[in-house]
Design a protein around this ligand. Sequence first.
Ligand SMILES: Nc1ncnc2c1ncn2[C@@H]1O[C@H](COP(=O)(O)OP(=O)(O)OP(=O)(O)O)[C@@H](O)[C@H]1O
Ligand SMILES: CC(=O)C(=O)O
Ligand SMILES: [K+]
Ligand SMILES: [Mg+2]
Length: 608
Amino acid sequence: MAQSLQLFTAYNRSPNHTLPKRATYSETKQFLPATSSRRFPVTVFPKLTIQASSSSSSSSDLESSSSSSSSSPVLVNDNGTGGVLSGATALATYASATSTAAAVTDSSSIEVDSVTEAELKENGFRSTRRTKLICTIGPNTCGFDELEALAVGGMNVARINMCHGTHQWHRNVIKRVRRLNEEKGYAVAIMMDTEGSEIHMGDLGGAPSAKAEDGEIWTFSVRTYESGQPEHTINVNYDGFAEDVKVGDELVVDGGMVRFEVIEKIGPDVKCKCTDPGLLLPRANLTFWRDGSVVRERNAMLPTISSKDWLDIDFGIAEGVEFIAISFVKSADVITHLKSYLAARSRDSDIGVIAKIESIDSLKNLEEIILASDGAMVARGDLGAQIPLEQVPSVQQNIVQLCRQLNKPVIVASQLLESMIEYPTPTRAEVADVSEAVRQRADALMLSGESAMGQYPMKALAVLRSVSVRIEKWWRDEKQYDPMELPDIGSSHSDNISEEICSSAAKMANNLGVDALFVYTKTGHMASLLSRCRPDCPIFAFTSTTSLRRRLNLQWGLIPFRLSFSDDMESNLNKTFSLLKARNLIKSGDLVIAVSDMLQSIQVMYVP
Ligand SMILES: Nc1ncnc2c1ncn2[C@@H]1O[C@H](COP(=O)(O)OP(=O)(O)OP(=O)(O)O)[C@@H](O)[C@H]1O
Ligand SMILES: CC(=O)C(=O)O
Ligand SMILES: [K+]
Ligand SMILES: [Mg+2]
């Protein structure tokens, strides 16, 4: 070790540290001006060299994730001068290049997924993507090949929505993702999203969608239609529906995708006139509005976790999902209740509970809900149906900030690239929206219909990836460090020491321009504390279990590896250096800062 400095006292935190000038990294991706109105962003790629691994290590205990990889826009162009490929071609080329890398690594004893490996080697640590990407899996992405293409394209977490499909369908998706992880070394986590018991439409009698035109009269009814659904009829899942609505109310489908006005009530049937035409999707959410605000009659008393949700949760436990996202959370109690249920039911697994913020009640109790949860999702689809749309951006920013302060991962979801359900390129406004979420340093961005049933799931993911990398690079080049004040959150002195160590390590990493932060963590806590600081270099998180490795894959900037390690940091570091060097993932002279759960210290060293 060329230089090792152990600090047993934490540095003082300064919110406004100045940073030294850093080398700029060559551009890997850029948007060129479009000449036609809809054009896929083009990609300029640096040379990608795949090097054979010269591993001499006998250890079989290191795995790295795709997550990091995720990152990049790395694609292949062997002249390095800016050949232009379409996103899809580029992805395919990259995939084939990296599968060569995978083949090379097969002969060695260290597992590392090909995408991460190729990217770390080619672009260096600093240009790896920090923002994590979640894809909702649906009919267009549930096959093994599609799931693999998503993993290659940077999917860190696969979301399954229990509003749709059977347990068998979801089980097959989970199995395929697990197989992908096992065979290819990815660390794609599974997030199960509950249906919740808010009011929603039925399944449209099996039709994939239905078009509602301006002025058409539709009937919303609690009746279920055994023998086929009459035309322009929608089943509603909430028994009190016809009693609760009034003539003149506005009925809002899916947060405003389609609107109706209630014109007549006939027993259980509610006749409505379409005032804002659009596409009705199966099981879309329904809200009704009166005098400018959302009406919450008896439906406000519906349980957050319905009996169907409990069955789905049992399914999630049995399948060993990493995260359960709870729809329409109203208060912290439900999260606490679920967490104790999970603790009792699944002693050996540690399922993270994500609170979906998508109702007025959840905004009222925001801080206590986030504190009780393991993360939060800004579910803008339903949220935008409950609060005026123009409030959604500021609410998003507040939730993202609060989550970071409370050290909980946060996901920005819904309509990021909505137009890509139908078109191969995003709108400028969508790109701006994605950029803003990245600039806010959300942990993760989520695709919904774009990846579940859209026509261009891989392209939508490629857009998230390239916009993330581009915006992250831009803020690094512009030195736009985020001086967010991070309050102490720990309840014990030892927790506070960990926080101080992580914030000091992150600050040192920025000031010294180190190549990577290393964290050795048994619980993931120190890794999340480093991620919370949003440092300027990637964080290699070493953990001893595969399930924790997958869980860490939701958090900003973490590149999770599985590694068997001991309490002896010196030997952990030497082992890690030799394993990573053998794979050409780091080289002599790289500057690294390391922290761990086991020893309250910060070590700064050059890779020997
Ligand atoms: N498992 C599935 N099977 C069939 N279609 C699906 C599935 N998952 C999603 N979809 C389709 O993709 C669309 C968007 O999916 P998504 O799960 O993101 O819905 P959402 O409305 O954003 O989420 P939520 O229901 O939690 O509010 C759905 O309306 C549905 O048409
Ligand atoms: C994701 C989700 O549930 C929403 O946006 O409503
Ligand atoms: K859901
Ligand atoms: Mg929702």
